[in-house]
Structure formats: C-alpha cells, structure tokens
Design a protein around this ligand. Structure first.
Ligand code: GDP
Length: 334
C-alpha cells in the first residue's frame, strides 16, 4: 500500500494546488480499502465548498478519432489563455484489458509535462459505475486545487458517454469525415447528447471531405427537435494536429456557457446532476453493503451454480437474498 497522508495534509496540499498531493488524494478516493474509504469521504466532504468553479467539458469519439491529440492541442490553447487544465478519463475498457487505453503514458506528452496541467488516467479494475463515481470525485478535487477547465475524456463505445454527459457542462463529440451512413445511425443517440460536434482531421487531403461532412452532419442535426435549453448543436471542422478550427471550439463553448447562464439552464443542469450523484451514491452504498454482507456472500457462493444451471430462478433467488439481507441488517454508519 502506498503512503497515506493525514486529512489535513491532503486538504492543505490540494488547496495549495500541489499536483503531487492531488494525485495522492485521487489515489486515496480510488482505493476500496475500508480505512481509505472513510478518509476519502471526509476529504471530499471537507473540500466541497471549494468546488464547482470550473468549466467541465466532456469529450467523446470512437478510438482513433483523435481525442488525445485534440486534448493535447486544445489543452495547450487553454494554457495559453491562462487557464489551468485538468484531464480525467472515463475508460470502462481498462477493467478488461488491465492497461487503460486512455492511460497510455505516451499520450499527451506535452500537456503532461506542463506544470499548469494535470492528467489522470481512468481508475482500473472498477465497474463503469465505480469509474464514474471516482471520476466525479476526482473532478471535485481538481476544482478544489484551482483547475479552471476540466476535460473528461471517454471512449465513444457505449454507456460511458451517458455517464460523462451526467457530470459535465458541455459535451463535445469528435467525428471523422467519411465514416459512412451506418455509423451515423449508431451515433444518433450520442449525437443527440452532444452540445457541439467537431469533424476532426480536417487537414491535408482530407480537408474537402471534412467540409462536406461538416455540412452533412449539420443538416442531419438541424432535423433533431430543438433541445429544451434552446441550443442548436453546431458542427465545426478542425485539425488537432495543426490546431486549425480549435479556437472556434473554445469560442463555441464560451458562447454556450454565456447563453446557458443567462437562461438558467447552467444551474438547472448542475442541480439535476447533483440529484443524479445522490441517486448513484445511494445505489453504490447499498450495493456495497449488500455484496459485503457475510450471509449474502455465503448464500451466493453456495447457490450461484444452481442459478447458472437454471435450477434456481434468478428472480426468486434475488428476492430471497434481498429479504435475508434486509432482515439481517445492523444499522451502522455506512
Ligand atoms: P484517440 O484514440 O481518439 O485518442 O486518437 P489519437 O489522438 O490517438 O489519434 C489517432 C491517430 O490519428 C494518431 O495517429 C494521430 O496522430 C492522428 N490524428 C489525430 N488528430 C489528427 C488530425 O487532426 N489530423 C490528422 N491528420 N491526424 C490526426
């Protein structure tokens, strides 16, 4: 086990913007050891009043679309504007492959060596729910440490987008020209979630194709009903290698922030996200208490094979497990 600091050492280090302590604090919140969980919870709670002041941006797109290249160039652009930038990743695949795709150390090299930036790969070995919960808390710690912009990167392959959408202010979808109609169909749900779309790799031989894709996607998006917040999602084209078009992405995000703050949607969105966080955390506490319960563990290990073979009905057994769990509950502080 790596070294643990005291609560006040974590607090002071994080508030002073010390990146090493911030990294250690995030390791603490990612830990599943009982002794760490309490300290982590105390730390997050004690820093809550110092959070909420950053711009939270989600970035998604299929592997290879250029997310990490985009973040490297876009992050640099933000640093040049005097912003402090933190990059967090939600990568549910890391639990299967052990090594995280997003955690590859060679990625975002320039950004990771800059003192005004902080990069944290996705925690490994957790379920999507676990990764989401930890990323949300890591985001709060980064805010307490004074980061102005938090970029949350996720692979565009499934439920992780919904999870990230539920914790950010602005959701950016990266796409490629010439991806084909069938892919556009799959992407419809994600496109509906996007507050902005960037056709990446709009450079060299690909430029004309990218411009065509930009207007096609814009036409497709304009057919969606206008979202409740009154924002119509713009499609931009740019290059994460040359940096062309990326200032427009930043301009779009600032315009979104201004409009949403004026019409009240900004605060409303964050309020809804707090309720989502509450719900998720209750589920997490209950789920953990259930699975940690010795009687439940015993019943599960002895009867699981019967469920697998079809001898025991999963619904009946789930009810039985829950009944036993509830009737054996000792009321303790979770
Ligand atoms: P990710 O998997 O979405 O993070 O994608 P990467 O950032 O790793 O990029 C995948 C490949 O596309 C790399 O070889 C990048 O150099 C390349 N790439 C990324 N952005 C651009 C771009 O704007 N233009 C060009 N020409 N190549 C790019």
């Amino acid at each position: 086990m790596s070294k643990r600091l005291s609560l006040s050492e974590y607090q002071e280090g994080v508030l002073a913007g010390n990146r090493v302590v911030l990294g250690q604090a995030i390791t603490l919140i990612e830990s599943t050891l009982d002794s760490d969980v309490q300290l982590a919870s105390d730390l997050v709670q004690s820093l809550l009043s110092k959070t909420g002041n950053s711009l939270r941006i989600g970035i998604t797109g299929v592997p290879g679309v250029g997310k990490s290249t985009f973040i490297e160039t876009f992050g640099k652009l933000l640093l040049d504007q005097g912003k402090k930038v933190a990059v967090l990743a939600v990568d549910p695949s890391s639990q299967m492959t052990k090594g995280s795709i997003l955690g590859d150390k060679t990625r975002m090299e320039k950004l990771s060596t800059d003192k005004r930036a902080f990069i944290r790969p996705s925690p490994a070995g957790l379920t999507l729910g676990g990764v989401t919960a930890k990323t949300r808390e890591a985001m709060l710690l980064c805010e307490a440490a004074g980061f102005d912009v938090i970029l949350v990167e996720t692979v565009g392959v499934g439920q992780s987008e919904t999870a990230v959408k539920g914790m950010v202010d602005f959701f950016l979808l990266l796409m490629l020209a010439g991806a084909g109609d069938e892919l556009q169909g799959i992407k419809k749900g994600i496109m509906e979630m996007a507050d902005g779309v960037l056709i990446n790799k709009a450079d060299g031989d690909n430029l004309a194709e990218a411009k065509k894709a930009k207007s096609n996607y814009q036409n497709a998006l304009d057919l969606f009903p206008l979202s409740k917040n009154g924002w119509s999602t713009p499609v931009l084209a740019g290059s994460s290698i040359t940096g062309e078009g990326l200032p427009e992405v930043w301009k779009t995000i600032l315009e979104y922030e201004k409009k949403m703050k004026l019409n009240g949607f900004w605060d409303q969105n964050r309020a809804n996200q707090r309720i989502k966080w509450l719900d998720e955390h209750v589920d997490f506490i209950l789920g953990k208490a259930f699975h940690d319960h010795p009687t439940v563990q015993k019943m599960l290990s002895s009867e699981k094979e019967k469920v697998r073979s079809g001898e025991l009905n999963p619904l009946t057994f789930a009810r039985e497990l829950t009944r036993v769990f509830l009737s054996n509950l000792k009321f303790e502080k979770p």
